[in-house]
Design a protein around this ligand. Structure first.
Ligand SMILES: [Zn+2]
Ligand SMILES: [Zn+2]
Ligand SMILES: [Zn+2]
Length: 142
């Protein structure tokens, strides 16, 4: 009958500690945030988004672009012509999804957001994943 919730937490904590020692510190890896106060800027029609191979609307660059989650423009990265960054500076559209690895970046938070944990982001993450890989994302066990 007992569900044993949390009974295995001691071993997973020690594993986490080991990972922190291996990858922590100056490796540059930052945990994505699970909280962002700019989600009110999200476009309310994210069930239809451009395909991941869409070109940048400003320079026609075709790979590793970002999708603005506020107006659904596709714009290139800061490593190409910085059009997503420019767009944020002009319009304050701070939420963008990377079509290269499907991570979500908030320019205002200056941080990655966890699209599988933040409920408002999960639907568009799943649609982008489906468009990119042709299948639904695997369920992550938390
Ligand atoms: Zn934010
Ligand atoms: Zn561009
Ligand atoms: Zn926008």
């Amino acid at each position: 009958m007992a569900k044993n919730i949390g009974s295995s937490s001691s071993s997973s904590t020690s594993t986490l500690k080991e990972l922190e020692i291996m990858y922590g510190g100056d490796s540059g890896w930052v945990e994505p945030r699970t909280l962002c106060h700019h989600l009110n800027k999200l476009c309310s029609h994210l069930s239809h988004i451009p395909i991941p191979s869409s070109p940048c609307t400003r320079c026609d660059h075709t790979s590793e672009n970002w999708l603005c989650l506020c107006c659904k423009d596709v714009l290139c990265s800061r490593f190409v012509n910085k059009h997503m960054l420019e767009h944020y500076q002009e319009s304050d559209h701070c939420l963008a999804l990377s079509y290269s690895d499907l991570s979500v970046w908030c320019f205002s938070c200056d941080a990655y957001l966890d699209a599988q944990v933040i409920l408002q982001l999960r639907p568009v993450y799943e649609i982008a994943y489906l468009l990119k890989f042709g299948e639904a994302p695997p369920l992550r066990t938390i």
